[in-house]
Design a protein around this ligand. Sequence first.
Ligand code: ATP
Ligand code: MG
Ligand code: MG
Ligand code: MG
Length: 468
Amino acid sequence: NRFSINNIRKEFLEFFKNKEHLTEQSFSLVPKNDKSLLLIGAGMAPMKRYFTGAEKPPAKRIATCQKCIRTGDIDNVGVTARHLTFFEMLGNFSFGDYFKEEAIEWAWEFLTETIKIEKDKLWVTVYDKDEEALKIWNEKVGLSLDRIIKLKDNFWELEIGPSGPDSEIFYDTGIENGCDSPDCKPGCECDRFIEIWNLVFTQFDKDEQGNYNPLENPNIDTGMGLERVSTVLQGKKSVFDVEPLISIIRKVEEISKVKYGVEAKKNTAMKIICDHSRAATFMISDGVIPSNEGRGYVLRRLIRRAIRQGKYLGIENQFLCDTVQVVINEWKEAYKELSEKESYILKVISLEEEKFKTTIDQGLELLQKEIDIIKEKNVDILDGSIAFKLYDTYGFPLELTEEILKENGFNLNKDEFVSIMEQHRKMARNARNKTGSSGWKDEQFNIETSKTEFTGYTDESNASEILS
Ligand code: ATP
Ligand code: MG
Ligand code: MG
Ligand code: MG
């Protein structure tokens, strides 16, 4: 199939190989030598040191298909047509080599000539002060001005370091998919215009005073969502409807006896299970194990959220191994780590599911009771102590409790939760100091048995992502 995910991935890498790029396997989802990141969320992330100049890249032109996790998009999964927590990002990169003109022209060539997307369906946005990019799109590519939208937000930067304007390419799925806003155009949050490719022109080095100093050798960093391009090419409505994501959903249908495409809330549940099964599979294959801190906590949160959605669909037995098996089968050709670690992945999933299965029903029951109580009392906020009990005794990630509350129109007293958590952590620390056990043992202990340590909070860089 010309439009399959496997084929587009291959075509992309070949296209840039022909433009003298070194093509590389995806880096791990777990960042190396980078404490600022919990998980890789973009193609450029594992190559940050090449962009800052801290390390010399193996080539000046590189292209990859990078595994990405974005937990920041979790609430959009199954709600928008285009967001996943795990996705593959295609990217071409120039380290002080080619710049704007080539990046734009090659992107256009790939989209319209190699994979043959209809030109009439494409729109682009540029940074409003980036006359150079506007000119290339208009004069070199020949895109008419009414298809080029100037936005003041199209600028990519961190606190300091490489930064610059970007230009995004959108596909118009048709007016029938748009919202009612009179300015529904590319960049609108609705699903009419799907952003498929982002071209970032890192041409400045931002210093501590906030000055943008032009780089002598500017860089190119691009990112295109593989699942999104497939959706467009296969003429589907959402990323969940493309092969082989749909085969995970078919498996959920089979297990739950619920038909996909009939009821909105059930569709969302099926999509969440599909996405989280994929994310969990790839995270485990890259060495993450469920725990109460950092990456392990992200993984645990995804698995437990999927299990709860399974409950919602009326699934009684353990089921995640079946959906994960589909993920392994469908993606192992492209990612050999999946077949190499097949039995290990299934083991980790089944242990984690078993653990939560024993407490989820009681936890849900407790939470429902508490919701009824506050409803009765006419308050809209739940005590943090209840969320702590759910976390500590029933294994409910904080976010899961918050999500269920939100669905019912209630909030959580999170500050209270945090302070109880702090107290328990202190107590646990004191107890440990008394027994004088080694740090290594502590860590083992935390992962295996401790329910009181919410260590996700101890590392600030982790906390921001977990709590975002
Ligand atoms: P959006 O505005 O749709 O949320 P974005 O601007 O956050 O996308 P970028 O950070 O520019 O996305 O990432 C580059 C590309 O990766 C996007 O153009 C898109 O094709 C893809 N992408 C980004 N986030 C997701 C996601 N959550 N699921 C699937 N693909 C994604
Ligand atoms: Mg986004
Ligand atoms: Mg965007
Ligand atoms: Mg973007």
